[in-house]
Design a protein around this ligand. Structure first.
Ligand code: GTR
Length: 350
């Protein structure tokens, strides 16, 4: 058992330094080279059994956590007990921005993470933060399961990770504490929390709002204190993190489908023999449809509960003005994503 505590990493923060780019990927490589060399926390290498930690930000019964647990159960089964995965929910191992750095260094072997903060390390993952890109969940999944979706997941290799698969992220929508958002102009002047993503910062700016990147765990108190006017997320996050208690106007504009990703440290992966790699991959492949089923049921149940809690839900039927107002975000951030955007377009209709 490795007992060294995670090494602090000088975070390549776009919020301090300003930009994505080649330097980001190079930084990622350097980190992985110096920190990820051992099977940290693996409980011994070689042919014996290995125990991996998996960091998850959500509570125990949240659909992604259920997906993680299914993955863990199948990994143990398919590896004949050689691989054990301990799922740590509730951000016990740190907020996402810390967890991903620790996975890059190898002090945590695995995480289920949103592709938005991952975009700091793997810029192409910014695709999923482009606004109003996917028509619906089926469109997203056609892309995720396509050769392009797999290639995009493979880009994680360049930053010290191996991407094992995607989980369903639902769709992110706005919520506000005071004024409800009904049209793009309503975002003007509002302080809106975003994930750690330059694309999302530019999205809020395009709508005239003031974007505030912040850890997920700080959003509730910031909405409560008035530091934020609003935030945005899918129904299960809005409900399970109790954000609805302090921001009761929910506007279903479904602006982003920010894929969830199952990641393992690249060196940990490379240290596994072919049989165990196959077992892990098979487990991830089978956990994905399981998680998606849980997801759909949870969204329905949570909408029902939110209505019961007195949340005002605004459905947006015409997305044209929203697309128009935020077109600049696609123009700017889509420029380097040509082949992925082409695939998204091709897959728009089944
Ligand atoms: C959720 C996502 C989390 C986290 C969170 C956030 O939808 O599942 O992994 O990224 O959003 O907004 O920080």
């Amino acid at each position: 058992m490795n007992t060294t505590s995670p090494k602090p990493v000088a975070r390549r923060s776009l919020f301090k330094a300003g930009a994505f780019g080649a330097a980001a990927v190079a930084g990622g490589l350097a980190l992985s080279a110096c920190g990820g060399g051992s099977l940290a926390g693996s409980g011994g290498g070689g042919g014996g059994s290995k125990t991996f930690k998996l960091a998850e930000t959500h509570p125990d019964d949240y659909p992604t956590t259920l997906g993680d647990k299914k993955f863990a159960e199948l990994a143990e089964k398919y590896s004949d007990g050689r691989i054990k995965i301990q799922v740590y929910p509730n951000a016990q191992l740190g907020e996402e921005s810390d967890a991903i750095e620790q996975v890059q260094m190898g002090s945590i072997e695995m995480t289920r993470i949103s592709s938005a903060p991952m975009g700091e390390f793997v810029p192409a993952m910014g695709l999923f933060s482009l606004p109003y890109l996917f028509d619906d969940a089926d469109h997203l999944w056609r892309f995720l399961e396509s050769e392009s979706g797999k290639k995009l997941l493979g880009e994680a290799d360049g930053a010290g990770f191996k991407g094992l698969g995607y989980f369903d992220p639902g769709a992110r929508s706005f919520y506000t504490s005071k004024t409800p958002i009904k049209a793009p102009a309503d975002v003007k002047g509002l302080k809106i929390r975003v994930q750690e993503s330059q694309v999302q910062i530019d999205f809020i700016k395009a709508l005239g709002g003031s974007p505030t990147p912040m850890d997920y765990g700080e959003v509730y108190s910031s909405l409560q204190s008035g530091l934020l006017d609003g935030a945005e997320n899918n129904e299960p996050s809005y409900f399970s993190a109790s954000h609805y208690e302090v921001a009761k106007n929910y506007t279903l504009d479904r602006h982003m489908r920010v894929a969830e990703v199952l990641l393992i440290n690249k060196d940990t992966w490379a240290g596994l023999d072919a049989k165990d790699q196959e077992a892990l991959q098979k487990a991830a492949d089978e956990a994905a449809p399981f998680q998606r089923e849980k997801w759909d049921a949870q969204v329905e149940a949570d909408l029902e509960k939110l209505r019961g809690e007195g949340v005002t839900i605004n459905e947006i039927s015409d997305l044209a003005p929203w697309r128009e107002a935020t077109k600049s975000v696609i123009d700017k951030h889509g420029a380097d994503l040509g082949e992925y955007l082409d695939a998204v377009e091709e897959l728009r209709t089944a």
